[in-house]
Design a protein around this ligand. Structure first.
Ligand SMILES: [Zn+2]
Length: 98
């Protein structure tokens, strides 16, 4: 009779929540900035082929590399604008201009 006791221990790294889609998987935090409270999320690189414009430096942000997505939680004209106004930043630029 085969025994599988060696693999019964749970690996905590494999238990990381995976309920978000891959394209938005990452750590989300809140940050208080002079113009309001922002949600800040790190996005892993993906193969969507999208290119965004970084508000910090005005250059392209490729979805192929990990970057920051930030949006205001308390949008002035309604909650929906919060998601509509998401901005993709280079990680360095967000640290610089946050
Ligand atoms: Zn930038």
């Amino acid at each position: 009779m085969p025994r599988s006791s060696s693999s019964r221990r749970k690996n905590k790294w494999q238990q990381a929540p995976r309920d978000l889609s891959d394209s938005v998987a990452g750590m989300r935090t809140s940050r208080s900035l002079p113009d309001g409270t922002w949600s800040v999320q790190t996005v892993k690189g993906n193969d969507s082929g999208k290119v965004y414009v970084c508000p910090g430096c005005g250059r392209d942000v490729s979805a192929a590399s990990s970057h920051i997505v930030a949006w205001r939680q308390d949008a002035p004209h309604g909650i929906e604008i919060g998601v509509e106004s998401r901005r993709h930043w280079h990680q360095r630029c967000f640290d610089r201009f946050r």
